[in-house]
Write a protein that binds this ligand. Sequence first.
Ligand SMILES: [Fe+2]
Length: 350
Amino acid sequence: MPVSDFELTHMFERVLTLSKVDATQSVAVLKSDYSNPRIAKAAMDAAQRLGAKVFGVELPAFNHPKAMGLDMTAYCGDTPLTGNLAAQRALEAADLIVDTMMLLHSPEQEQILKTGTRILLAVEPPEVLARMLPTEEDKARVVAAAERLKRARSIAVTSKAGTDFRARLGQYPTVTEYGFADEPGRWDHWPSGFLFSWPDEGSGEGTLVLDVGDILLPFKTYTRETITLEIEEGFIRRIHGGFEAEYLRDYMAYFKDPEVYGISHIGWGLQPRAQWTAMGLHDKNDGMCMDARAFYGNFLFSTGPNTEVGGSRKTPCHMDIPLRGCDIHLDGEPVVLAGDVVAPEASRAP
Ligand SMILES: [Fe+2]
């Protein structure tokens, strides 16, 4: 059901307050031709109501000739900000950027964050933003899980469908997404509610079996048949199954880049207001389907880039693959069993 502009502005006031925006702060609203104008306006209005100094940065849209589809996660690396140093400097001058355009996975985003500027991405439909309006409780649960993931040196994921995957951890940091940007240099995404890290280089091994009903992003499809990914030394070496495996194989091969088969972030979902079913109720170009990435107890596997944590894998193809019904163990201790969060206790939803 539609959210009113009044309510959208009110929600932005809440999220910007959680993001420590007040009268001492400057806020930039980053937008492009394809941004949702209601979201950009609500962000501007809400920041003004909080007394912040507000300005807009509008950039012409950029389309890479190799990109397929309109999903902003389907081509990583280049954005409308690429090479536009003047706009980048203006954004770096702000305390917080509301990104309605999508800088994620770009080197410019990392450079901006290093200056201490905070970034809050908001590109989902207002109704999705409303259902997953972030709270301090969301943060507390994600942070509790992050304390455990930070200490972990190994992850093992299994499932009844046949998944048997393991990797070493510790080379890369743990990243939290809880829906607001409340610390200098923090990037976050409203809506969220999950956490992840990256496997140590070359350490991912085993088999990932996507069962019927698991999700492939950015395809925004529920799998209707099993797809098996065989992983060796941190790379997917074989993809097999039926038509859907063939589709995935062909899509990844299109990029003609061996790096697309590397493993990117892996973690689990902690947001009880994110729904596995939500994707089926939206058109493909409504948003980027954060429900699928964040739903409670998922195992979120992904492929491709690791540049945002200092890795060297810069590749445009990024698949996010949330799986249901998995067991996830850290150093032999369960955190998720059969798709339900079991530990740490403080990370579980009431
Ligand atoms: Fe991702």
